[in-house]
Every structure is written in C-alpha cells, then in structure tokens.
Design a binder for this molecule. Structure first.
Ligand code: NAD
Length: 290
C-alpha cells in the first residue's frame, strides 16, 4: 500500500508557488493577493480560513481576512463582495462556506466576479470546467487530480466510483475524471444517498472517491483488492482522549480499507492540505491573468 501523502505533496506545490512569487517580485511584478470572507464563528470554518491565510504567508502572497459577525445581512455581504470585485489590489477571493442560514449561498456565489472566483464556484467557471475550457477548477477536485497525477496513479480506462454528488466535490470530480485529460479518461459512476446496492458498485471500482461526510462509512468488505482510495471526508468526531475534545475522521475506515488498497489518502494529511495548495495555485493564475 502506498500512502498518497497530501501533506508532503502540498508542501512541494507551495514551494513551487513560493519560487514563482519570488520571481514575480524580483521582476517588479504584482504580489498576488487573496482575500477570504468569513461570516460567523463556525469552528471548522475558522480553522480552514486560518490555514489558508497561513499558507498565503508561506508562499509570499498578501492576504486579507474579512471577518464578519453571524448576524451579517445578505445585503451587507453582497456589498462586501462588490467591494472586493472592484478592489484592484485583490486578485482573487473566497467566501468560506457554509454561510449562516439566513443568507442565500447561491446568490452570494453568483455575486463573485468570475475572474476573481478562485474557488471555481461561479456558474460561469463551473460551465467552463464542464466544457473543458481552461478556468479555475474547484480546489478540492483540483487537488485530487494533482495528487493522482503526481503519484502517477493510472486512471485511463479505470472504473471510478465517486460517492457523493455535492457541487463542490462529488459532481466536479466526476466530471474531471471522465474528461480527456491527465488523471482523467476514466469511466465514472456517481453514487449518492439514493443509490441502491452501493457495495456491489464499489466492489467493481478501481478507484473510489469517498465524499459523503459520514465517518468511516467505506469499509474493507466494500472494496476489491488493489483499489485506489481518495478519502475526502473530514468530520469532527467527539474524542475525550484528545485535548481539543475531538478527532478528525475521514469517510473511509482506514484500517480495513488500507489493507486492501494499492494507494490511499490519509485523513488528516490527504485531500485537505491539497485543497489549500490548489487555492493558492488558482490565486497565482488569477494574478497572472490580470
Ligand atoms: P455534502 O453534504 O454536500 O454531500 C454529501 C453527499 O453524499 C450527497 O450528495 C449525498 O447524496 C451523499 N450521501 C449521503 N449519504 C450517502 C450514503 N449513505 N450513500 C451514498 N451517498 C451518500 O458533502 P460535501 O460538501 O461534498 O462534503 C463531503 C465531505 O467532504 C464532508 O466530510 C466534508 O467535510 C468533506 N470536505 C472536505 C474537503 C477537503 O478539503 N478535504 C473539502 C470539501 C468537503
């Protein structure tokens, strides 16, 4: 079994980005600038945004964190987005999800200018991705593609089963892996909460992308020998033995599944850090395009 080490790979990518930024600065170019908007104080969101800001510092980007209270009105958030859209120094920005219930998430994502949409969530960018036109790829699927490519995992002609059909992970990774591209050319099945006989389907899979958000859902009896496993899930599970009171669990029961796997991503240290590295990559692209 080979561990698909997202921590190490993302570090390699960040070093590459840092080198590119040094070169831009030496040549008198503009320092890439990423902004993140956080609404409310969701613990996991605060951790993710904090990690993104820290990653910006590492690669030499400028970063701005806009921290808004939970009660922020939709209109106020839209005004904030408008200000970021028109701020010439900001190359790209993200609105950390989930948003509080009183805010229409779709309306907010539509308000982000597609040229600054480094999360790749705007319908214009989703459409381009689906049509295989160069654009910002959503960071988590982009990270998975990069990890498969860097570890030279063969995907061409393979049976891929994606569990989960969310707009940010399941749906886009199923599109990307079915396209004619690196880490693509696969035959993809997308499974979801209404799928019947899931085990029968997963047992046929050469590669499984688990993105459903149910801790340790995929177990060893559901996979065949030699499978490649991408575990996207990150759930906080209560754990009194930990100082912070919880541990992070993936969607895959690591012990039983890894025993049968050719390649597998760990949680933490797999897809998570790759997501952040690809957000930086998108920001560098946004900066170079302007
Ligand atoms: P989501 O809740 O939006 O979607 C979950 C999907 O799983 C749905 O499409 C649903 O149909 C499917 N599903 C639910 N129960 C199922 C079942 N029993 N069998 C088959 N399918 C089932 O989730 P999401 O936003 O895609 O996130 C999924 C997980 O990935 C979460 O744990 C989330 O925290 C994690 N995540 C991690 C990263 C990262 O960077 N590593 C990024 C995004 C999301």
């Amino acid at each position: 079994m080979i561990l698909l080490d997202g921590k190490k790979t993302s570090q390699d990518i960040k070093v590459e980005i840092a080198q590119a930024v040094s070169k831009i600065k030496l040549e008198g170019g503009k320092t890439p600038h990423l902004a993140a908007v956080l609404v409310g104080s969701n613990g996991a969101s605060m951790t993710y945004v904090g990690a993104k800001v820290k990653a910006c510092e590492f690669v030499g980007f400028n970063s701005t964190l806009i921290d808004l209270p939970e009660e922020t009105l939709e209109e106020e958030l839209l005004n904030q987005i408008d200000a970021l859209n028109t701020n010439d120094d900001i190359d790209g920005f993200i609105v950390q999800l989930p948003l509080p219930k009183h805010i229409d998430e779709q309306k907010i994502l539509m308000a982000v200018h597609p040229d600054k949409d480094v999360d790749g969530f705007h319908p214009m960018n989703v459409g381009k991705m689906a049509l295989d036109v160069p654009t910002f790829l959503p960071a988590t699927p982009f990270g998975i593609m990069e990890l498969l490519e860097r570890y030279k995992v063969e995907t061409s002609g393979k049976n891929v089963v994606v569990i989960g059909r969310s707009h940010i992970v399941g749906r886009p990774i199923s599109i990307l892996m079915s396209q004619k591209r690196k880490a693509g050319d696969a035959t993809v099945t997308i499974a979801h909460s209404r799928t019947k006989n899931l085990t029968k389907i997963t047992r046929e899979a050469d590669i499984i992308v688990a993105a459903l958000g149910i801790p340790e859902f995929l177990t060893g009896d559901m996979v065949k020998g030699g499978v490649t496993i991408i575990d996207v899930g990150i759930t906080r599970v209560d754990d009194a033995t930990k100082k912070r009171g919880f541990r992070l669990a993936g969607d895959v029961h690591f012990e039983s599944v890894s025993a049968k796997s050719a390649y597998i991503t760990p949680v933490p240290g797999g897809v998570g850090p790759m997501t952040i590295a690809m957000l930086l990559k998108n920001t560098l692209l946004a900066c170079s395009r302007r």
